[in-house]
Ligand binder design. Structure first.
Ligand SMILES: Cc1ncc(C[n+]2csc(CCOP(=O)(O)OP(=O)(O)O)c2C)c(N)n1
Ligand code: SF4
Ligand SMILES: [Mg+2]
Length: 286
């Protein structure tokens, strides 16, 4: 399928020229076209932030909710209509700060959704405060003496919790990012992809050059099924790029809820849920 299938004509994109989000948007469209997912079969869910604007720039279904709260509605959407492909677009502040608790429980529940985190190590939308992944010494108008906390390590957290798919990509490497997104969407279960993204306006420390110097590709023969190797990789100083951990065979949340135990038809399409039966139930509740 042609990636332009997801284009919206005459868009006014609010990102700064040179922002790494443009590369992620291109990689996402490339991945979706390679996966042959029709816009009508896709829902992109997001919270608040520059990253969370991504679904506004694609022609598909969108649910844009509260800051840090993308994962609960995404889980609900997948649970009631498992035929849809559900992708979450989030930022490092949105997903690892405000939404951190939801991330823990999404990993635990393992719904079949793909969570793409645009990790620019800063709060971009609110003009440059430190985020959970900001590096020590990073000075901002709020952290005037520089960040002194340990940066949050999303890959180590996800591997420690037994997430079923954990990967990292560099936004500007569009081909490789698209490849990782394809693998994440194909994976059955919760997929976390931390995408390193330069913020050219508010992060002058973690520039594209910094990311190039501080990242490395996984070695040939690397086995993403080896959890201890994945944890060692996650704890290395250099940030490894690629699929770091993958665990097949873990049942997805929506398969275990029992909703589809007897009837695989998605809830929105079941006649009894739309017909007089539901109407009668609703009437009794009033
Ligand atoms: C509950 C709540 N707290 C704070 C804010 C203000 N706020 C909006 S976006 C944002 C940070 C976004 O950072 P990040 O998720 O890293 O996205 P980026 O803009 O960097 O892509 C904050 C703190 C808000 N909208 N809602
Ligand atoms: S502030 Fe940073 S993250 Fe936001 S659009 Fe500009 S460059 Fe991109
Ligand atoms: Mg950010």
């Amino acid at each position: 399928m042609d990636p332009s299938r997801y284009d919206i004509e005459g868009l006014d994109i609010a990102w700064c020229p040179g922002c790494g989000n443009f590369s992620i948007l291109r990689a996402l469209k490339l991945a979706l076209s390679r996966l042959d997912i029709l816009p009508r079969d896709l829902v992109i869910v997001s919270g608040i932030g520059q990253a969370a604007k991504t679904p506004h720039y694609l022609r598909t279904h969108v649910f844009n909710g509260l800051h840090g709260r993308a994962l609960p509605p995404a889980t609900a959407i997948k649970t009631v209509n498992p035929g849809l492909t559900v992708i979450v677009e989030s930022g490092d502040g949105d997903m690892y700060g405000e939404g951190g608790n939801h991330l823990l429980h999404a990993i635990r529940r393992n719904p079949d959704i793909t969570c793409l985190v645009h990790d620019n190590m800063v709060y971009g939308l609110t003009k440059g405060q430190a985020s959970p992944t900001s590096r020590p010494g990073f000075k901002t108008p709020v952290q005037v003496g520089g960040v002194f906390e340990e940066p949050f390590n999303p890959v180590a957290l996800a591997v420690a919790m037994g997430a079923s798919f954990v990967a990292r990509a560099l936004a500007t490497d569009i081909e490789r990012t698209a490849d990782v997104i394809v693998r994440a969407v194909r994976h059955r279960g919760f997929s976390l992809v931390d995408i390193l993204q330069p913020c050219v306006s508010f992060n002058k420390l973690n520039t594209l050059d910094w990311f190039r110097e501080h990242t490395r590709e996984l070695p040939g023969g690397y086995d993403p099924g080896d959890r201890m190797a994945a944890m060692r990789t996650a704890l290395e100083e250099d940030l490894a790029l690629g699929v770091i951990f993958q665990r097949e065979g873990r049942p997805a949340f929506e398969e275990q809820t029992g909703i589809y135990g007897l009837d695989p038809t998605p809830l929105p399409f079941r006649a009894e849920d739309r017909g007089p039966g539901l109407t009668a139930v609703m009437r009794n509740k009033r």
